[in-house]
Design a protein around this ligand. Structure first.
Ligand SMILES: *Cc1c(COP(=O)(O)O)cnc(C)c1O
Length: 404
């Protein structure tokens, strides 16, 4: 008789967004006259930039002609795209990468979930708390997290690094030494960042303890402050301890189009084995490439017009972020994030629980946000709002809150 991967049975139900959805629907049905505004989901709303659309149309037409048709893409992705990434994202920041240190993929979610394939089953992982759920759940599927302890809302073998207002959302070095350390910066859900020095501390720690850092930089394009690194490779020695993931989803609106990449420097080795060659093997065996037309669209993000247009999209979302942040502050709330990321992380008033505050926001202001406790136990007492809505809706939502 066949057996299933029983690690899947250990996963607790993912109630966060389904409960948010159900509660919102029930409220709307009971109150058809109310206009409910969602500042809850982490998905973009602006259309793809004109330069991207133009490149897509052109690439589609190429596919109609035998002379310009493209079949399977090269394993690592087309060189035109990897070169554009190196020339635009890394060289200007003083980071030297070779073309075969970049792996094009269909997004940072799959890469951050799949990367575990090349690591041993007994590695101990460390994650920030609250956290993007993909890191923990995919390690649970791989059997690396021990058992789920319901009362604590924690996995027995995972090292949780609380990130709260008390430590300014900077994870402290844990007592137990982790093998794999997940860092997302700028952070989803808290919208906060690490400075270059703070990140350097982690890079030094990882090198010293022979740990690997899985660095998720999906929100890199939203960084506005000088001392926040755009890439972990801006830190000295990161090329011997860090894997970096990037995405075209949040900087260029590719959430439905799908494109991302992972960087694995060849200097990153474990007992003489290069992780770059392991991932090349994995990528070539289990992934058959992001579509040509999408890689051409990705290349257009780096054209002069593409850079200008995507910069304007980000500015649009960040204008919303500023409005939310300042509106909430003026209304007397304690807020974080929203400066280098499209997320605003607020403290619930009067020690209210995240879910109680969800109900207040929905019933009193008709606004949907995300309860912080859904991202981990240290998210309790916080609430996430996103800047991905339209300007008009964001204005109206904040207007309701400031009017009280
Ligand atoms: C949105 C997001 C991603 C992007 O994933 P894609 O698969 O590239 O769309 C990755 N990491 C975090 C933390 C995110 O919020």
């Amino acid at each position: 008789m066949f057996q299933i991967n029983e690690n899947y049975l250990k996963l607790p139900g993912s109630y966060l967004f389904s409960t948010v959805g159900r509660k919102s629907r029930e409220f709307i049905e009971a109150n058809p006259d109310k206009k409910v505004i969602s500042l809850g989901i982490g998905d973009v709303t602006q259309p793809l930039a004109p330069a991207v659309i133009e490149a897509l149309h052109k690439a589609v037409d190429e596919m109609a002609n035998a002379d310009t048709f493209h079949g399977y893409a090269p394993d690592l992705g087309y060189e035109f795209l990897r070169k554009a990434i190196i020339d635009n994202d890394y060289k200007p920041r003083g980071v030297d990468l070779a073309l075969d240190e970049i792996f094009i993929s269909d997004g940072a979610k799959s890469d951050s979930g799949n990367i575990g394939d090349i690591f041993g089953p007994d590695n101990v992982i460390a994650v920030c708390d609250p956290v993007y759920p993909v890191y923990v759940d995919t390690n649970a599927m791989a059997g690396r997290t021990g058992d789920y302890v319901t009362e604590e809302e924690k996995w027995s073998k995972v090292i949780y690094m609380p990130c709260t207002a008390e430590n300014h959302f900077v994870p402290a070095i844990p007592e137990q030494t982790p093998d794999m350390i997940y860092i997302c910066c700028p952070n989803n859900p808290t919208g906060t960042t690490l400075t270059r020095d703070e990140l350097q501390t982690w890079v030094d720690y990882a090198n010293e303890h022979k740990s690997v850092i899985i660095y998720d930089a999906a929100y890199e394009a939203y960084i506005s402050e000088e001392d926040v690194p755009h890439s972990i490779y801006e830190c000295e020695g990161a090329d011997t301890c860090a894997i970096e993931m990037r995405s075209f989803s949040k900087n260029a609106g590719f959430t439905g189009t799908r494109l991302g990449f992972t960087v694995i420097p060849k200097k990153l080795v474990c007992n003489g084995t290069s992780l770059n060659s392991l991932w090349a093997r994995r990528h070539g065996t289990k992934f058959n490439g992001a579509p040509y037309i999408i890689q051409k669209a990705g290349e257009a993000v780096y054209s002069e017009a593409g850079k200008q247009q995507t910069k304007e999209q980000i500015a649009y979302y960040m204008r919303n972020a500023k409005m939310i942040r300042e509106g909430l502050q003026n209304a007397g709330f304690e807020v974080f994030g929203g400066v280098n990321a499209p997320y605003i992380w607020m403290k619930t008033p009067d020690q209210m629980s995240s879910w109680d505050f969800f109900d207040v926001m929905l019933e009193k202001y008709n606004i949907v946000g995300t309860p912080g406790s859904g991202f981990g136990p240290s998210g309790e007492g916080y609430f996430r709002l996103t800047a991905f809505g339209s300007l008009e809706n964001t204005q109206e939502a904040i207007g309701r809150i400031t009017k009280g």
